[in-house]
Design a protein around this ligand. Sequence first.
Ligand code: SF4
Length: 331
Amino acid sequence: MPTGLDFPAREWRSQPWAHVAAEVERLKKANDVVVLAHNYQRPEVQDVADYIGDSLGLAIQASEVDKQHILFCGVDFMAESAVVVNPTKRVIFPNLRASCPMAAMIDAPTLRLMKQQHPEAAVVAYVNTSAEVKVEADVCCTSSNAIKVVNSLPHNEVIMVPDVNLGLYVQRFTDKKVLTYPGYCHVHRDIDLAEVRTRQGEFPQAPLVVHPECNPELIDIADFVASTEGMIHYSRKHASKTILIATEQEMSHRLQREVPGKRFITFKRSYCHAQKTIQFSDVLQALETLEPVVTLPTETIVGARRSIDRMLALGRGEIIFERGAAPVAPA
Ligand code: SF4
C-alpha cells in the first residue's frame, strides 16, 4: 500500500526474498539472462537486477546487451522499446498486465488525426508511448532531453504526446508553440500541493526536487526539476541531508542505495500500481520458463526505431532535421 514515508520505514520489504538471491543468480547464469529493472520497481525486484534506471537508460542498456535473453522489469512500453532497440534478443516480460496507463492514453490513429489537423507541426513522442505511436512520431524524447529535442527542431509548432504536464514544462523553455495532448501520469499529477507544503514546513532546509510530469504549480515551487537520473546527480551534489522527492515512491530505494547517508522523503499518492504489477515470484518464474516473450511486427520495429534513433542522434549533437528537407537518417 502507498505510504508516502521516507525510505528506512520500508526497508524491510527487501528482506523476505534475500534467501533466494543465489537461486536467481544461478538461473540468470544458466539461462543467459540479463535483468533490467526500472527505478519504480519493487525493492526486491530492483535488488536482483543487473541494471536499474529510467526508461532511456534501460533502452540504452537493452541495446548493448550481449546475453541471449533480456528479462525486463518495468511496464509494457519499456519492454517494447527493448525489442525495438535490440530485436535479435528474446525480451521476457514477467507479467503482461504491467501496463502504463499514461502510454495507453494515446494510440496511433488518434495521433494520425492530430497530425492531419496540424500538418506543419513536428511530432515529438515521449518514450512513454507504445511502439505504434512511436512509428507515427518524428522523434522521441525523455523527461531529461525533451527541451533539447524540441528546441533542436526547425518547426514552429510541435505536437507533444501524451503527457500534458511535460508539454507545459517544455513550453516554458521554447519559443515554439507546443501543442499538448490531455494525457497524464496520475502518479505525478496526483502529488498533493498541500502535502508538499506541509513537508516543506517540517523540513525547511530540504530542497524540493520535482519530476516534469508533475503539475505546473509544483514545478513553480521546485528547487530543481529533473528526470529520475537527474535526481540522483542532484542528490549526490547537494549538501542537504534531507531531500523532498516528488516522483514515484520507489525512487527512494535506488537513491538510498546510491546516495547513502541521506534521507529521501516522498509523497503519499506517488505510487504506481502498474510498475508494482511485477511481483518477485513473476521474476523467478520468468527466469525458469523464459516466458512470456514480447514481440512486435518488423515494420513497427523499424518505424519506432527511427524515432528513437533520431533522439539518440540529437543527444550526440547531430542535425536530424533541416527546414524544408526530409529528416536526415541518423548514422
Ligand atoms: S509512473 Fe506514470 S508514466 Fe511511469 S509507468 Fe506509472 S503511470 Fe506510467
